[in-house]
Structure formats: structure tokens, C-alpha cells
Design a binder for this molecule. Structure first.
Ligand SMILES: [Zn+2]
Length: 212
């Protein structure tokens, strides 16, 4: 993981890499978490989206900067399937023309191994409850971030507002209002609207919904 982080390729990490540094007990633990079926076991209302598609080529997104309390901060490199990146870029050019600002990709594609890593990272913060953690981080295979055919993007604005601490703060952004009016034209839709999907409202999480 440190090597992947250093080269900015953490979202592309493989299961072999994730397992390689672990003792047998650690590997068995990962196996058990991967065997969980959140729909059957916890009544999770999303769907299993399958394994990552082979042969998808990804665009690496770099040089994304936010300015928070007067301090500039560079985001970690992110990855999107090339056609999704093109649609995103067109959409942001239109937003910039209308609002003079754009949104950045805080999180794009995440391999299943990286999704599992992220899930386990948050597990202690939710008192080791698989269900509680699952409200915030999807199980590998159940996230639109790991399914290039319905690739999701988590947006963050240029002031670093991503809704993580305060959902309404993101919901009040002019950028969010703009997305609601215009994103469909560019092939994007809001995955988890307020009170509709049975999954926590996530105004920052949009998926590319064009059939491909
Ligand atoms: Zn998301």
C-alpha cells in the first residue's frame, strides 16, 4: 500500500497485493469479509454489480487542487474510464462557462481490493460493526466506484466541500444545483437521491449512466 500510495495508483491495487503483506489469520479475515453478502445478511438495498470489467482503459487525473482556509492542497491522483472522463470534462467545461467554477474528482474508479482496504480502514471508526461501516463504505463488488459500466464519481468543489462532514453544505452549493439541472445532458445521474433509494442520500455521488 505505501508503494501504491507513493506512485498514486492506490485505487488500482490488486487482491494479490492486498493479501501479500498479511499473516494467514489476516488473510482468513479478508476472506470472511469478502464472503459477506450485504443484501442477504444485512438487508442492504443496493445491488451486486459484479467484478471489474477487463480491458477498460483508465485516464489518470492529476493536478487537482483545492483551496481550504487559504491553503492549497493537491488531491491524490484519480482514475476514470476514458469515455467517462471525456463526458466529465465536457460537463465541467459547461459548468465553468455558467458558474465560473468546476467540481473535482475526489474519488473515481476503485478496484475491489482498494474498496476492501477502504472498508477495513473505516471499520474501527464504526466500532467494528460491519453493518454500520456498510452504511458509509460499500462492500467490494457492491460499489458503483468499482463497476466501470456504471462508473460513479464523488465530487468535491474547489473549496474542498465534499459533504462528508455536512451533507447539507454540499446540497446548498450552486455547483450541486447546476448538476441537478444539467448533469443528465452529459450522461450523469444522481445515484442516491434524498429518501428514494433506501441508501443514505449522497448529493456528491453521481454515476455515468450511458449504455455502453
Ligand atoms: Zn461515491
Amino acid at each position: 500500500m505505501p508503494a501504491r500510495k507513493a506512485e498514486g495508483t492506490a485505487p488500482l491495487m490488486t487482491f494479490d497485493e492486498l493479501y501479500s503483506g498479511l499473516e494467514p489469520a489476516g488473510r482468513r479475515f479478508l476472506d470472511r469479509v469478502r464472503a459477506v453478502n450485504p443484501k442477504k445478511d444485512f438487508g442492504f438495498r443496493g445491488n451486486y454489480l459484479g467484478g471489474p470489467d477487463e480491458g477498460v482503459s483508465f485516464k489518470r487525473i492529476e493536478e487537482q487542487w483545492i483551496t481550504k482556509k487559504g491553503k492549497s492542497e493537491k488531491l491524490d491522483p484519480q482514475y476514470l474510464p476514458e469515455d467517462v472522463f471525456e463526458a466529465f470534462e465536457k460537463m465541467m467545461q459547461a459548468m465553468e462557462r455558467d458558474l465560473g467554477k468546476r467540481l473535482l474528482v475526489e474519488s473515481g474508479f476503485r478496484s475491489h481490493a482498494y474498496q476492501l482496504y477502504t472498508y477495513l480502514y473505516y471499520l474501527p471508526k464504526h466500532h467494528y460493526s460491519l453493518i454500520e461501516t456498510g452504511h458509509w463504505v460499500a462492500f467490494p463488488g457492491w460499489s458503483e466506484h468499482g463497476a466501470p459500466r456504471r462508473q460513479a464519481i464523488d465530487f468535491i468543489n474547489q473549496e474542498g466541500i465534499n459533504g462528508e462532514d455536512n451533507v447539507e453544505e454540499f446540497e446548498r452549493l450552486p455547483e450541486y444545483e447546476w448538476l441537478q439541472k444539467n448533469a443528465n445532458r452529459f450522461g450523469f445521474e444522481l445515484s442516491y437521491p434524498r429518501g428514494k433509494s433506501g441508501i443514505t442520500f449522497e448529493p456528491w455521488h453521481w454515476r455515468y449512466s450511458q449504455p455502453r
